[in-house]
Ligand binder design. Structure first.
Ligand code: SAM
Length: 155
């Protein structure tokens, strides 16, 4: 499973503990250092890599069954969103799953840069089968009602 923009690696550790082979990538050296430190002795198979996610297809094209989205989409410049969709397409195997959340907070500016359900559909629907895209009841309190849970299948 690819976890782009993994930050301190909370999702990497949770997904590895759940049995996924989790690879977290972040271009911030401090994030990766801290992720590695917080992960000492953590359960499961995981790896952290420091680097630009947009470079991953050079080494990992069609390498993943899963692409996990949590606040990386909204961290990148909105002008790069088509490139970010392309990144998931290039990293996933055919039939692979993009799962995770899109943050529709409704505010100006960013990061995190707001994204609406319609914008997510316009970007992903041409390339993925949209199995689910709906407000999740599992958000933390301050994001409640603003996170869209996504399950998209790569064609
Ligand atoms: C909002 S943080 C989210 C961290 C993590 N997903 C979490 O929820 O704890 C976004 C992360 O994406 C990383 N990031 C943004 N653009 C990136 C890029 N092009 N390549 C690698 N990491 C990137 C940032 O360094 C930051 O750690």
């Amino acid at each position: 499973m690819c976890i782009p923009g993994c930050g301190y690696g909370y999702d990497v550790r949770a997904l590895a503990a759940a049995g996924f082979e989790a690879i977290g990538v972040d271009f911030a050296p401090l994030a990766i250092e801290r992720a590695a430190r917080l992960s000492e002795g953590a359960a499961g198979a995981f790896e952290f890599r420091q680097g630009d996610i947009f470079e991953l297809p050079r080494t990992d094209a069609a390498a993943f069954d899963y692409f996990y989205e949590y606040t990386c989409f909204v961290a990148i410049e909105p002008a790069r969103r088509p490139e970010y969709v392309q990144l998931a397409l290039e990293l996933l195997k055919p039939g692979g799953l993009l799962i995770g959340c899109f943050y529709n907070h409704g505010r100006e500016g960013g990061p995190p840069f707001d994204v609406t359900r319609e914008q997510v559909l316009a970007l992903y629907e041409p390339h993925f089968e949209i199995r689910k895209l709906e407000i999740t009841p599992h958000s933390i309190e301050r994001r409640a009602g603003h996170e869209l849970w996504a399950e998209f299948v790569r064609a």
